[in-house]
Design a binder for this molecule. Structure first.
Ligand code: NOJ
Length: 541
């Protein structure tokens, strides 16, 4: 058996599936496991070798499955446990790993533990949650309002960092830690290959701080979960709002905590908070990426490369031009992120240039965070209603949660599998769907496939060092030029931003060969770059 090398995780290309919106296999308007299985050949062909599956566990779905009522069963909306076993085996047949979502900070208020816990102070489950006679902090929950909710039966308040229906577990209680370890083991026994750990840094809390996450006590808890010998080869990625120190500690190879974390700094570009747009320059994204590339190299971190997930509008809609330059922005960002050192994560639909819809009113939105914000603004009236709708259209998590448009066939909900869907189809589905994209001269998926195939073929891209070549000098603004190198082998990547310009590249026809561009009109070894052009060169001598 080959010795375990953590760097092998750099060969992964992960695709995130948000099950409710991915593909409907039984025509009830909700995506399901059967639908997922029908798309596995597509994923394989795209170049994916791991899937991160957002929660499919039993849930009342106040937060679409991030409120789990049974960690060991599948919600009937998605299928059965047997369907899940089949999914795992079908994935494995194709050489694709399954990274399942693990929601450790909170359960659903309908979980049997909480139903018991709230009955009385001496209930054996009472201590599974966090109770106080009076709220000891002014914490507000992430979806708005106080993080403390009164429970009449015990005359106490319980903590919920997210919705009222998502009570936080008490990780100080050894019984909770034991329960969660056994949940991890249950899924490992079923054959999953890893975990994406939802808001994992929230499991450590300190009342003396103004936020509900990040207390160093989390390290021991995470180590208890994942630092066990038999887990040393599984892949774990934490959703943690970590700073550099935390990241070093959580991901240190000797720590027995996580393989890696998502680093979200670039998500803050172009906005003040979730709802408010803010001016930005593409150079801001570049500078953040460059900084984390160097940090990762210095600290032996396996960096995660991503622009999208189910909690954000598509990146090209927030920080690009998803109208005139949709193809160009989608492909530019793909090259900019996925040719760096790290583990690529692709969110469903991103690979064919999906973008935010244009829904006319709040009735088209389902997301608890969006609806709470809208309801809050109806009362607070900080902005006129039309402005709040603009903010929702800009920032809502539903922007990336509409059912995936696989085909041009309106009758099947653009190939999703049903005409009536749990969340309206993207209002732009006629213009943006996979089938149409494939036929287009400028095909986003065509570029993604080429890019991922190149990544797979190039050890320099997967393992090589990073060096920024566009760092200094006025002339190097508005573009991101970097070199990847492994021994003598070198690849130069040039990413131009939103204006035409001349870019001096350290490549010449004698020593380099041109590998690819997203612009069919780009002339290799030419310094002229159009807006959003990408060019990749490989050293031959
Ligand atoms: C992060 C998840 O990505 C998000 O969708 C969810 O609402 C919160 N954690 C709470 O679980």
């Amino acid at each position: 058996m080959k010795n375990f090398d953590r760097n092998d995780f750099l060969d992964m290309v992960v695709y995130q599936i948000y099950p409710r919106s991915f593909c409907d296999g039984n025509g009830d308007g909700i995506g399901d496991i059967k639908g997922i299985i029908s798309k596995l050949d597509y994923l394989k062909d795209l170049g994916v070798n791991a899937v991160w599956l957002s929660p499919c566990y039993k849930s009342p779905k106040y937060d679409n499955g991030y409120d789990v009522s049974d960690y060991r069963d599948i919600d009937p909306d998605y299928g059965t446990l047997d369907d899940m076993k089949r999914l795992i085996s079908e994935l494995h047949k194709r050489g694709i790993k399954l990274i399942t979502d693990f929601v450790a900070n909170h359960t659903s208020s309908e979980h049997k533990w909480f139903k018991e816990a709230k009955k009385s102070k001496d209930n054996p489950y009472h201590d599974y949650y966090i109770w106080e006679k009076t709220p000891p902090t002014k914490w507000t929950c992430c979806f708005g309002g106080s993080a403390w909710e009164y429970n009449e039966e015990t005359g106490e308040y319980y903590l919920h960092s997210f919705a009222v229906q998502q009570p936080d577990l008490n990780w100080k209680n050894p019984k909770v830690r034991e329960e969660m370890r056994s949940v991890v083991d249950f899924w490992l026994d079923l054959g999953v290959d890893g975990f994406r750990c939802d808001v994992l840094d929230y499991i450590g809390k300190n009342y003396a701080t103004d936020h509900m996450h990040g207390d160093p006590s989390m390290h021991a808890y995470i180590n208890e979960l994942f630092g066990r010998d038999k887990l040393s080869r599984i892949f774990t990625v934490g959703e943690c709002q970590s700073d550099e120190k935390d990241i070093r500690e959580i991901c240190g190879e000797d720590r027995g905590e996580l393989t890696t974390v998502f680093q979200f700094e670039h998500f803050g570009v172009g906005r003040k908070d979730r709802w408010i747009k803010y001016p930005f320059a593409f150079d801001d994204v570049k500078n953040i990426l460059s900084k984390w590339q160097y940090f990762s190299a210095k600290n032996g971190l396996l960096y995660t490369l991503f622009t999208d997930n189910h909690d954000q509008p598509y990146f090209i809609s927030r920080t690009g031009n998803d109208r005139e330059y949709r193809y160009e922005c989608a492909t530019m960002y793909a090259a900019m992120f996925y040719l760096l050192k790290g583990i690529p994560f692709i969110y469903q639909g991103q690979e064919f240039g999906s973008a935010s819809p244009e829904y006319p009113s709040i009735d088209y939105y389902d997301d608890i965070e969006t609806r709470n914000y809208y309801a809050y603004q109806e009362k607070a009236k900080e902005y006129p209603r039309y402005e709040v709708m603009n903010q929702v259209r800009f920032g809502s998590r539903d922007n990336s949660r509409h059912p995936v448009a696989w085909s041009e066939d309106e009758k099947t909900g653009y190939g999703f599998g049903s005409e009536k869907t749990w969340l309206p189809l993207n209002s732009r589905a006629k213009e943006i769907n996979l089938e149409r994209d494939k036929k287009s001269e400028k095909s986003v998926i065509g570029f993604y496939k080429k890019l991922l195939a190149y990544r797979k073929s190039s050890e320099v891209i997967r393992r090589g060092d990073f060096k920024e070549l566009s760092a200094d000098g006025e002339g190097n603004k508005g573009c991101f030029v970097f070199e990847r190198s492994l021994g003598e082998k070198k690849v130069v990547v040039a990413v131009n931003f939103d204006r035409e310009q001349t870019i001096e590249l350290p490549v010449n026809e004698e020593e380099y060969k041109f590998i690819m561009s997203n612009n069919p009109a780009y002339k290799p070894f030419n310094k002229q770059f159009s807006a959003f052009d990408v060019a990749v060169y490989e050293k031959t001598k």
